[in-house]
Write a protein that binds this ligand. Structure first.
Ligand code: SAM
Length: 395
């Protein structure tokens, strides 16, 4: 039995000037989903593992006459296992339900939300949209993580639907682990920089694939003197991101609609180039290109740092690789698996960085005490400090 307390209620989510207003029913739907996700992760998931270890692996290895050789074989064997089928179907269903719950809530109040965003955005030069931008196939061939219309689709003028939906649901999907502003990754990176490199004061920061700015806002707050550029291909994300940042009192970020393949900034323009959970949505063709762009745009002495989920290295069991790879096959994340197989270090070096300037580390999300009070946790976070793998390099 898990020691964990239930996930925090959606009522704790951080509210800003464009956050959709939820009724009691909306909160109940999100709370159900957060609890269902927790149940799947802590109660059902161990049973899935047990079925693999006790039944599926011995049976399959006996039939093969050798050990399972990769996660593909694990997936094939587990696909016929009823407990895995149930866990997987429920996981997919909770994701579909999360999208429907968020989308319905946003559509109900879309006009007033768009008006609020317009008022906050106020035709500012810090919101730079490019209606001529060709959305890369990597971002639009499928609805990434089952979000209807993906990050880019616009159905009405000045649309922000998908930005608002993304913001509204992530607290439930993550069980509040990223904090009430869903910014635990960005906060962790800012804290790591301040503690480890207190003399590092970037003047220009670039964030790739910023979505609605959850993780770039803490960087902009940590370096208020810096000029921050946050890029994404999705206009509805950027409109929402800009309005959200303004409403949170953050004015030093320019949100720009652009493709990370080709950003056009001068050589050596930035001191810090960051991303959070961006690379698993990039492709085998784009990632090396984008890393080369980063190297080109980074000043000598500058830093590039990226938060991601861990790579599937040799030290990760085939079962863990298979379970982590669930999103590739069931959650419309087509690049998730291939990206986590890459030799990221080699890619960074191939982009031009020196081997002795490369690093990989783990950073823990800063636990939001408004969501998880100290008294409740009794000094123990019970896994609430979300962990990220961070890789990067100094130039
Ligand atoms: C998982 S989200 C990243 C989350 C975000 N960094 C945060 O802090 O919450 C990936 C984002 O990358 C964007 N994206 C994907 N391919 C891109 C590209 N080639 N150029 C710019 N943005 C891209 C998507 O539109 C999406 O918003």
């Amino acid at each position: 039995m898990s020691k964990q307390a239930p996930p925090p209620s959606w009522r704790h989510v951080g509210r800003h000037g464009v956050f959709p207003q939820g009724k009691l029913d909306d909160a109940s739907r999100f709370d159900f989903l957060a609890n269902m996700n927790r149940h799947l992760a802590t109660r059902l998931s161990p049973k899935v593992r047990e079925s693999f270890e006790k039944r599926v692996a011995p049976r399959t290895e006996q039939a093969l006459g050798r050990p399972l050789k990769d996660r593909g074989e694990v997936r094939e064997a587990m696909a016929r296992e009823p407990i895995y089928q149930m866990w997987s179907a429920l996981r997919r269903t909770t994701m579909e339900m999360r999208q429907q719950a968020g989308r319905a809530m946003v559509l109900r109040q879309l006009e007033p939300l768009i008006e609020k965003a317009r008022a906050l955005n106020d035709a500012a030069v810090t919101l730079q949209l490019d209606p001529t931008l060709e959305i890369p196939r990597t971002a639009c061939a499928v609805d990434i993580h089952c979000m209807p219309g993906g990050y880019h689709t616009e159905l009405v003028e000045d649309d922000i639907t998908n930005g608002a939906n993304y913001d509204a649901g992530i607290f439930a999907t993550t069980g509040g682990m990223l904090g009430r502003w869903n910014d635990g990754g960005g906060q962790a990176l800012a804290q790591w920089l301040k503690q480890k490199y207190p003399a590092f004061k970037p003047r220009r920061i670039l964030d790739l694939g910023c979505t609605i700015g959850h993780n770039v806002v803490p960087l902009a707050q940590a370096f208020p003197e810096a000029e921050v550029i946050a890029i994404d291909v999705g206009a509805p994300m950027l409109r929402y991101a800009h309005a959200r940042a303004r409403s949170l009192g953050v004015e030093n970020i320019t949100f720009r609609q652009a493709n990370a393949d080709d950003l056009g900034y001068p050589d050596g323009h930035f001191d810090l180039i960051s991303s959070a959970m961006f690379w698993h949505e990039s492709s085998a063709r784009s990632m090396p290109l984008q890393l080369r762009e980063i190297y080109r745009m980074l000043a000598v002495g500058g830093l590039t740092a990226h938060l991601e989920q861990p790579q599937y290295g040799e030290d990760m069991s085939l079962y863990e690789q298979f379970i982590r790879d669930w999103d590739t096959w069931n959650n419309n994340e087509p690049f998730w698996g291939v990206m986590h197989d890459y030799d990221v270090r080699q890619m960074v070096l191939d982009a031009g960085f020196a081997a002795d300037k490369y690093f990989e580390t783990t950073v823990a999300g800063v636990v939001d005490r408004e969501v998880f009070p100290v008294a409740e946790s009794n000094g123990e976070d019970y896994g609430r400090a979300a962990l990220w793998t961070m890789f990067g390099a100094w130039k």
